[in-house]
Write a protein that binds this ligand. Sequence first.
Ligand code: SF4
Length: 203
Amino acid sequence: MTSFSPNMLKTFETCPQKYWFKYVQKISMPQKASYFEKGKKVHALANYYLRGDDISKLETALNTDERIVWENLKQNEFFQKSYVNSEYNLSCKVGEYWIGGRLDALVKDENFYYILDYKTGQIPKNPEYDYQTMVYLLCASKKFGKNIKFVYIDLKNNQNCVIDFDKDYEKPILEICDKIKNTQTSVERSKKCDFCEYRKICI
Ligand code: SF4
């Protein structure tokens, strides 16, 4: 049984044909590694730190840019709340579909649980209805109850985007999952193709 991740849902919405290449045919195409490098390092470091590992040696290996971002995260008010879990896999059932993903971290205070998502690049344009927000909030709420918020930590601009769990997220998730189940893929070329890693094999 497939469990739909936020990336799967986003990919389908961008282009059903791309979804077919990536998640049905499981064809992976190379992408520029450097683009993800800083984000990867900070995510790994944050996970070790929250778990209580000694990260002093790893910290000295950071370059200037990475150090600024890492210090921003360490000082962040949400990152400093009580640790529950990190790199945390959660899934749940919505209608007939399984959805899920891996949270960067889950923390709490006396009132709420907070799903943390560290961003070294842009936060989503419409964060309240981003598939990541919706999938993670739904999954976490089924396990921890409705007193839960999603926090995008924008490390570049050193600010937070906090989203309450007060909307009907099941409906849009069911809609996109139904579409995936029922759509026949077809190639419709558009501007998005210029930036697609599959364009070389796409007709
Ligand atoms: S090249 Fe265009 S149509 Fe083909 S998979 Fe990529 S985005 Fe979709």
